[in-house]
Design a protein around this ligand. Structure first.
Ligand SMILES: [Zn+2]
Ligand SMILES: [Zn+2]
Length: 635
């Protein structure tokens, strides 16, 4: 049956299930969803049961949207919303999403927009046709999110066409009678960086992550040119575990070389992705490095991005369903679970994950409906790679800061903009608030502030304690006065000449970014301390300094100068967003159901091999630590 015929048939079935007074004006596959258009969406929306039974019956994700005809024009709609909502609600913004017929209303007091038992919301729908959704005004406004929304609004109609094309492709007929599932390793095996896997079946090809190895010039990109993956227009979907560059850094490049399909990720991943990509090409340009794609390709990627919530089961190919689960690593990070065929096979890719509660996140999800193969990271997979507890790590950090301050020095901490920075920020803020640390300034340089703003926009992705602190106790640690955003080179100079303080700056492995300026300025003075809190990949300057190099070449403006590293270099382990050896082993012990195969990746060679062999010895689960360019048949 052609997709047109399928849609006609679906429309007939939908109409027959609905009460006769509800009129279906259109039906369409848009991305993974089946969208039912009606001129009276409220009647359908009021009766949640109809939609649930439709979805169950049709085995599709069903959403109901108002026919565009019944929607008021946004300008008039805003006026009407303002008339109905009491002014104390503090309305701050409106986002009309023509794709969904939803208007997202931002207010300081969302409760007043909702009204008693939702009365105000219903009133709004009646007046304007759009479906209102209320969110709390984020305490720190992220310009990345604002720009992303603005951009998506500007390409709404084009995006609708893209979603339709994707939708039709997902719901095409299954042609093959063969049944097999394979994984081809395109990058990130026995190494950290350029993570990229291809999951293939007779029907579909899905790329999981497409990262860049920022520490390497000659092996920076995954093997995308192999016949399994190339030409790229045969790929059905790209799925992102999280926004870090070693997992998502080359996604825009795919569009340059012929990929036209969707990217699936969580909403925070989408926003962090934009932030990190823009910074990546910006830094590369400033340092005169080769840039694999232009910013137009980032917009192209954004146009093709479909966001999913944790737990949404989503058709992404005719024979494959994807579900994302919290990975506890960074904001929006996901363990991606694929269900292939009708009960044929289940495989989960952990991406980077943390199996311990942190200041920001709950531990990674370890329970799945079914699981045969687990592909897991092995960053700290070696038997010696245990890490101190979070508490010990925090105490150690505070001691280093106190000691440095006492001798009149400054502490510089290279950090990924996303992840470690926020963990360290919260630890320092609490110490200052509880008077365990003097009232010093903590400077945030290079995107950290913006990344933090994105965190405050998605409190539902943070753990309970932090949400509770923010919403119920009224303490938002991210907004503390101790944090100062650095905005100019002259401010940097005065910080380096000023009082003892802490500076958190990117990049996390000292391969570019404003941290280099601090290293140049503060490196020669032994009163200062460089605190390393994150993983330093082989080949990065961070790793070299960690190994004890006391002179490093730093380039600026095309000239290279040698900088003496006299400052104290202290590695404080335990802040990592990765599971340490114990947590990795513990995860395999607790993951449910027990998988019949474990594949390790994302770790140095010895770590991948050691973890794989330890898992086999301890749990008798067949394991492997493939090299890049291997293909493994799963079934
Ligand atoms: Zn990561
Ligand atoms: Zn990673």
């Amino acid at each position: 049956m052609s997709v047109e015929e399928v849609l006609l048939e679906l429309k007939r079935r939908v109409q027959s299930k609905l009460p006769p007074n509800i009129n279906v004006t259109g039906i369409e596959f848009e991305g993974p969803e089946l969208v039912i258009y009606t001129d009276d969406p409220r009647r359908l929306a009021d009766d949640g049961e109809i939609i649930r039974s439709l979805a169950k019956d049709l085995r599709k994700r069903v959403v109901v949207r108002p026919d565009l005809k019944v929607l008021a024009d946004p300008e008039g709609a805003v006026k009407k919303i303002q008339q109905v909502v009491p002014s104390e609600a503090g309305l701050t913004d409106y986002y009309f999403d023509g794709e969904t017929g939803e208007v997202v209303i931002e207010a300081e007091k969302p409760g007043l927009v909702i009204g008693r038992h939702g009365a105000t919301l219903r009133e709004i729908t009646k007046l304007i046709g759009w479906t209102p959704k209320v969110v709390r005004t984020p305490p720190v406004r992220s310009s990345t999110i604002a720009n992303t929304k603005e951009y998506l609004r500007s390409v709404q109609s084009e995006r609708k066409e893209i979603l339709k094309t994707i939708g039709r492709r997902i719901h095409r007929d299954v042609a093959s009678k063969d049944q097999w599932v394979r994984i081809t390793t395109l990058g990130g095996c026995r190494e950290v960086g350029r993570s990229c896997m291809l999951l293939s079946t007779p029907e579909s090809k899905i790329i999981v992550d497409c990262g860049v190895n920022v520490g390497s010039d000659d092996s920076a990109t995954p093997y995308l040119y192999v016949p399994e993956a190339y030409p790229l227009n045969q790929i059905d979907a790209v799925v992102l575990t999280h926004a870090h560059l070693d997992h998502a850094g080359l996604v825009p490049m795919l569009y340059k070389y012929g990929y036209e399909g969707p990217i699936y990720c969580t909403q925070p991943t989408r926003d962090l992705f934009v932030l990190l990509q823009l910074d990546y090409i910006d830094v590369a340009a400033r340092e005169g490095k080769r840039i694999p794609y232009e910013s137009a390709m980032i917009r192209e990627a954004l146009k093709h991005t479909i966001t999913l919530n944790y737990g949404d089961v989503t058709d992404i190919a005719p024979d494959t369903k994807l579900t994302m689960h919290n990975a506890g690593h960074i904001l929006g990070s996901a363990i991606c679970h694929f269900h292939v065929g009708d009960g044929l096979y289940n495989v989960a890719f952990t991406g980077d994950f943390k199996f311990e509660k942190t200041r920001l996140f709950d531990p990674a999800v370890h329970s799945f409906p079914r699981l045969e193969t687990l592909v897991m990271e092995a960053t700290y997979g070696g038997s010696g790679s245990t890490q101190p507890s979070r508490k010990e790590a925090e105490n150690r950090l505070l001691k280093v800061v106190r000691d440095t301050i006492k001798r009149g020095g400054k502490v510089i901490i290279p950090a990924f903009a996303v992840g470690r920075s926020q963990e360290v920020m919260i630890a320092l803020e609490e110490a200052i608030r509880k008077k365990n640390l003097a009232e010093i300034s903590v400077y945030l340089d290079g995107m950290i502030y913006e990344a933090t703003a994105i965190h405050t926009t998605y409190p539902e992705y943070l753990n309970n304690e932090l949400r509770d602190l923010i919403f119920h106790k009224g303490i938002n640690p991210f907004l503390s006065d101790c944090f100062v955003q650095v905005e100019s080179a002259s401010q940097r100079t005065s910080i380096m000449e000023g009082d003892p303080c802490v500076v958190l700056a990117t990049s996390g492995m000292l391969n570019g970014g404003p941290i280099m300026e601090y290293l140049k300025g503060l490196g020669p003075d032994e009163k200062n301390t460089l605190v390393i809190v994150g993983y330093q990949a082989e080949g990065t300057l961070g790793r070299r300094i960690q190994k004890g190099w006391n002179e490093v070449p730093l380039s600026s403006g095309g000239r290279t100068q040698t900088v003496k590293i006299n400052l104290d270099v202290v590695t404080v382990d335990g802040f990592s967003g990765h599971s340490d050896r114990n947590q990795l082993m513990d995860y395999v012990r607790r993951v449910y159901p027990k998988p019949s195969r474990v594949i390790t990746n994302h770790g140095d060679e010895s770590n991948c091999l050691d973890l794989a062999s330890s898992i086999y010895k301890k749990h008798r689960i067949p394991t492997m630590a493939p090299m890049n360019l291997e293909t493994v048949r799963l079934i």
